[in-house]
Design a protein around this ligand. Structure first.
Ligand code: SAM
Length: 342
């Protein structure tokens, strides 16, 4: 029953994210041949307003770029430290209907990925597992059909690289993340491998304590023998205490979603603290406004400005000022390292 389960509203945010991505594809902001397979009745969905499309474009392309940089540098690091083979693993937390695995699996770094693990509530993972199995676009990229298995009553999917696992990330990681280590001769999450954590629009729905516990758990696992390292990318709203932020917040509250994970992040300077406080070796953040102003190539800005008419330019910048990408990395002690160049 919708009204009795407060998590229904949290899970519904995946639908918004998927429709936003589909819309950005329909309007040619981004190319993504995979999203339509994950959105029911995709051909009947109406595009979202230009402001949402631009936000989706900026966050998507900026995160793609950071992931790309991380893969290149982490792979080189793994080769350089003597006991790695240049392969890296990625965990997407609150992955929802994200298509990044398939985009990477058809991209230049496909051979560098040893594992790609997606975590979300069981209602979301079972829907995604079913959509993947039914899709002639998604399914073949998982490997030979005999290597692809559905488990846990349809809520998980395993394949050699891609794995989809049901979890509630608010629970203690020793319990919720235990399935990642199951079958320890071939655990889902490999020890001593460079590991990237992706949190796109998910930490807002969790307490800061629960997020910290999850990040810590992965960092400890990746760094346990001194060979691996951990990188992490967070995309989230912040600064909702100012005048415009309060307007955004009241719109969000009217949808019955509470955002305990946003409250501590009052300004941009507070964002890297989510990693530095957990002893990450490097961390930084950029707002979407800064990314639009200084990190998008002029020809791309020109291209996207011709896609749709936008008459809310001032509002655009105000909205983009309240969304940021934060990244951090943690090297084994004694090694200073940063996986990213800004
Ligand atoms: N990361 C995807 C993206 O950016 O397109 C989906 C973002 S969607 C706004 C948030 C996702 O986080 C939803 O799929 C939701 O179910 C998931 N989520 C939120 N809280 C969660 C929790 N405690 N445990 C597992 N998943 C969670």
């Amino acid at each position: 029953n919708q009204d009795q389960d407060p998590d229904t509203h949290i899970r519904e945010t995946d639908n918004d994210a998927a429709l936003a991505r589909l819309s950005a594809v329909q309007k040619q902001y981004v190319a993504d041949p995979f999203i339509a397979a994950l959105v029911p009745r995709a051909h009947l969905q109406k595009p979202r307003p230009p402001l949402i499309n631009i936000g989706t474009y900026l966050r998507g392309t900026a995160i793609d770029e950071l992931v790309d940089q991380w893969i290149r540098l982490a792979s080189a690091e793994s080769l350089g430290n003597g006991n790695g083979n240049g392969k890296v693993q990625i965990v997407s937390l609150g992955a929802g209907s994200d298509t990044r695995f398939w985009r990477l699996a058809t991209g230049p770094h496909k051979d560098l990925l040893v594992r790609y693990v997606e975590l979300d509530f069981p209602e979301i993972t079972s829907r995604k597992a079913m959509a993947i199995r039914k899709s002639k676009v998604l399914n073949p990229l998982l490997g030979p059909s005999e290597s692809v298995k559905i488990g846990n009553g349809g809520t998980s999917l395993h394949s050699p690289v891609y794995n989809l696992i049901p979890v509630d990330l608010r629970k203690p990681p020793s319990e919720s993340l235990a399935p990642l280590l199951a079958g320890s001769s071939d655990p889902l999450l490999l020890p001593n491998v460079q590991t990237l954590l992706l949190f796109e629009c998910v930490l807002a729905y969790m307490s800061p304590e629960a997020s910290d516990a999850v990040i810590q758990w992965f960092a400890e696992y990746a760094l346990q023998d001194g060979a691996g390292s951990v990188g992490s990318i967070v995309y989230e709203m912040f600064g909702l205490g100012d005048a415009f932020g309060r307007v955004m917040l009241s719109n969000l509250k009217s949808r019955n979603v509470s955002l305990p994970g946003v409250e501590p992040y009052t300004d941009k300077a507070s964002l890297p603290q989510r990693f530095l406080r957990l002893n990450f070796t490097a961390a930084d953040a950029l707002t979407l406004h800064e990314i639009r102003r200084a990190y998008v190539a002029p020809e791309e800005l020109e291209r996207i400005s011709t896609l749709e008419f936008l008459d809310e330019l001032e509002e655009l910048d105000l909205v983009l000022d309240h969304y940021a990408i934060t990244w951090g990395s943690k090297a084994p002690s004694g090694k200073a390292q940063d996986h990213w160049k800004t």
